[in-house]
Design a binder for this molecule. Sequence first.
Ligand code: C5P
Length: 300
Amino acid sequence: MTVTVRAAAKINLHLGVGPVRADGFHPLATVYQAVGLYDDVLVADAEEWVVTVTGEAHVALAEVPQDGSNIAIRAGRALAAHHSIDRAARIEIHKGIPVAGGLAGGSADAAATLLALDRLWSLGTTDEDLLRIAGELGSDVPFALLGGAAAGHGRGELVEPLEDHGAWWWVVVGNAVGLSTPAVYRHFDELTPAATDPVIPDSLVEALRNGDLELLAASVGNDLQEPALDLRADLRRTFADGAEAGALATLLSGSGPTVLLLCRDAAHAREIAGAMQAAGHEHCWAVPAPVAGAHVVSYD
Ligand code: C5P
C-alpha cells in the first residue's frame, strides 16, 4: 500500500520583516500564495526510515539531504511521536520545485509527508494538530498544508486563510545558484538596524479579495529583496529583464534567488517566459495561482 501526496511551491506577495527575536527568528507579517509548481511524495511502510529523492532536470538534487536530516523524515518521525507509535516509512520525493529557491520546496515535502503518513496509517490527526506539528518543523510548513492564499504571522507558522478570487499568472524565474535563507535574514539585520513591527497592507488583502490585478501589482513587496540583491548583484539583471519583458510587477520570492513576474493572463505569461528564456534565463515557468495545498493524488 502506498499513498502519494502533491504539495505546491509558495510565494510571498508581501514579506514584512521585523527586528530579530531572542530565538534568532524574525517576526513576519506575510501573505502567502500557493503557485503551480509541485513536489510529489510517496510513502509506504518500511522497517527503517529511508528517503529517496528524484526530480525534474532543473532541480539541484545534490543539495537535498538523503538521510535522517531530510525534513520529510523529520516530519514522519514527528507525526509518529505525536501519536506515540513505533512505525517507520519509505519516503520517495519527486521534486519539481527548485531547491534553495525561496519557494519552500522542503516545506512542501514536509507537509506532503505529514498528510501522506496520516492517511497511510489512518491516524485521523486533527487539522489543528497537523498545523502545530508542521509549524515546529519549519516556518513555511503550515502554509504548505493550507495552500490557496493566507496571512502568516509569528515567524510565518501562524496561518490564516485569505479570500483570493483572482486567477493570477506568474512567471517564476529560477536561478542555478541557491541563496541561504539565514544569510539573507542576517544581511537584513545589518541593513535594517531599526526594523519596526511589520504589517500586511490592506490594499493587498483587498486586491486578492476582488481579483484586482492592478491593485495587486501595486501592493506586492518583500523586505528581503534589498538584502538579497545586495548579496547577489546578478539578480538585478533578472529584475530589469522582467520589467523589460513587460511584467506588471517584479518581486523576489521569499529569501530568493527566484524572481517572480506578475502577468496579465496565461498567454501573457507564456510570452514573458519566452522573452526571459531568450534573454538567457534558462529556467522559467508560467504558473497559475492560487492552487491547492497538500492533497492526496493516489492510493495504490
Ligand atoms: O523556519 P525555517 O526552518 O524555514 O527557517 C530557516 C532559517 O531562516 C532560520 O533558521 C532563520 O535563520 C531564518 N528565519 C528567520 N525568521 C523567520 C523565518 C526564518 O530568521 N521568520
